[in-house]
Design a protein around this ligand. Structure first.
Ligand code: BG6
Length: 517
């Protein structure tokens, strides 16, 4: 490509306010490029490539934005562009516009190679330099490690060895890492040490895609932009909190990753503990990465595990069952799963937060695959009114007040409270008041990966967990995993159900029951 091919950015990219922190300016990434390792993987095809296109289509990428794929495939640039094209046509959220596609496709390059192939990394370095000249990417590159964790060390070392991790004067280099961030505290620490030998902490962006979801960000808006929730968001009014992430899918083709990891490590360690931290934390002094980290970390450090882990935690596996009218296999019959496997596909745990706001209030976290339906929600369940002037027959059908943040799929919020049933007698029953995104906003939500990739390009770290959070989360999970490794087999639950009886018993012991969302 010639010098004339440089696509000059029309906006003033040197404006320091354009780092995305000034909300009055449009959040548009400055000159930059993205290198994806593991570009042939599922995540890349289903999420990353469509997210890049959608960002371009929404006008949030600079005109010279460049996308470089790195993988062990005998592809030319145009083969890679074709793969991106197909994935965009299949998975992107915005309409396909030929002119946007063309501009993006001109900046696509592919590097074939293994992660220990020095020539390939030299070629990557050369490509990045060439793109700087041809497309005006100004040396600003994010490296997305969409690869199994066993390859992290190699890729990070190669980036360092080939001078790709060091940003040229006036530009930036960032590393994006996907979970799992280790499989326990020890391995997470090793991983952090290794990454931080090459990249400074503020160059590292760990993806927890739940933090990229609109509804998850809305937890903070709901709590801290309003007056009416915070006064009751504490142990004086709240009875308990239930955080549920239920999936109807099984493990699909992910046996290799999932077996030996299980539900608790796969999603409680990251997504659910993050949801819990956002629900329980104090108001941050500002909406910036440092302040959010400070508050989330305080929650994670204050978490107390139940003394009797056998009574207040449950791990289970899905057995055969029925889903959507079809018979489905049990976990142990799935392709690639060890028939003796003790891996959990369901986990429920009770935690408490030892601080003034929450002392004595249980947080029940549960997740599972092949459950009744796909739903993620946070339910804040309130204590009963201290006194009722009504006859007990009037309130027979009355449950506890609740605020339910519906993370997905029906994004919104429900408030449950008692109301008089119309009629000549005094009978009180539960009713719901609903807020639904679709009804209140005409704006569409960006997909989580779209938001997160844009944030990396803008250097905005608000929605990325730091390594301290990762470590604290493992400290919570490790004793539970160790307990279950020592104490036998996971319980069973039929596919399509709401989990094992043991999980119902766990709440019944506390005089409570799980919601059936
Ligand atoms: C991933 C887990 O982090 O989240 C998967 O590894 C899980 O096992 C997925 O299916 C769920 O994400 P979402 O956005 O569909 O709720």
């Amino acid at each position: 490509m010639t010098e004339e091919a440089v696509v000059g950015p029309a906006l003033d990219w040197t404006n320091p306010l354009r780092d995305g922190r000034d909300r009055r300016l449009p959040r548009i990434a400055g000159p930059s490029g993205l290198v994806i390792f593991g570009v042939t993987g599922d995540l890349s095809r289903k999420k990353l490539m469509p997210a890049v296109y959608d960002l371009a289509n929404r006008g949030m990428l600079p005109p010279g934005f460049s996308l470089v794929g790195f993988a062990r495939r005998d592809w030319e640039d145009q083969d890679f562009a074709q793969v991106v094209h197909d994935s965009v046509r299949e998975h992107s959220r915005t309409e396909f516009r030929e002119e946007v596609w063309q501009q993006l496709a001109e900046g696509m390059r592919f590097i074939p190679g293994d992660f220990d192939d020095d020539t390939a990394f030299d070629q990557l370095r050369q490509t990045v330099d060439d793109l700087d000249k041809a497309r005006g990417t100004s040396g600003n590159y994010a490296f997305y490690l969409s690869v199994p964790p066993k390859f992290f060390p190699k890729v990070v070392q190669q980036l360092q060895k080939h001078g790709l991790a060091d940003a040229p004067e006036g530009s930036w280099r960032r590393a994006i890492i996907e979970k799992p961030f280790g499989r326990d505290l020890t391995s997470a620490r090793e991983l952090n040490t290794l990454v931080h030998e090459v990249f400074e902490p503020d160059q590292v962006f760990r993806i927890d895609h739940y933090l990229g979801k609109e509804t998850v960000q809305n937890i903070l808006a709901l709590r801290f932009a309003n007056q009416m929730y915070e006064p009751i968001w504490n142990r004086s009014y709240v009875d308990h909190i239930q955080i549920t992430m239920a999936e109807d899918i099984g493990i699909g083709g992910r046996a290799g990753y999932y077996d030996g990891i299980g539900a608790a490590r796969d999603v409680i360690q990251n997504h659910l503990l993050q949801l819990m931290a956002l629900t329980a934390m104090e108001e941050p002094i500002a909406f910036d990465a440092e302040s959010l980290l400070t508050e989330k970390l305080k929650v994670l450090k204050s978490v107390r595990l139940p003394e009797k882990l056998g009574e207040h935690t449950v791990l289970a596996q899905y057995a055969e069952g029925w889903q959507g009218g079809a018979k489905v296999l049990g976990y142990l019959q799935e392709d690639g799963i060890d028939p003796q496997s003790k891996t959990d596909t369901y986990a429920a745990i009770k935690l408490e937060v030892d601080n003034r706001r929450w002392a004595g209030i249980p947080f029940y976290l549960r997740t599972g695959k092949r459950l009744g339906r796909r739903v993620t929600e946070i339910a804040v369940v309130f204590k009963r009114a201290p006194h009722s002037p009504f006859d007990s027959t009037a309130t027979e059908e009355l449950g506890q007040n609740a605020i339910v943040i519906r993370v997905q799929p029906d994004e919104g919020m429900t408030v449950r409270f008692g109301s008089k049933v119309p009629g000549t007698s005094m009978e009180i029953r539960d009713v719901s008041m609903d807020f639904a995104y679709g009804e209140s906003f005409t704006e569409s939500s960006p997909e989580a990966y779209e938001r997160l990739i844009l944030d990396v390009l803008l250097g905005d770290a608000n929605l990325f967990p730091r390594h301290q959070e990762v470590e604290e989360s493992w400290k919570i999970l490790d004793p539970i995993e160790e307990y279950w490794a020592r104490h036998g087999k996971p319980a069973q639950y039929p596919s399509g159900s709401w989990g094992p009886e043991e999980a119902d018993e766990m709440l019944a012991r506390d005089g409570r029951s799980w919601r059936r969302p």
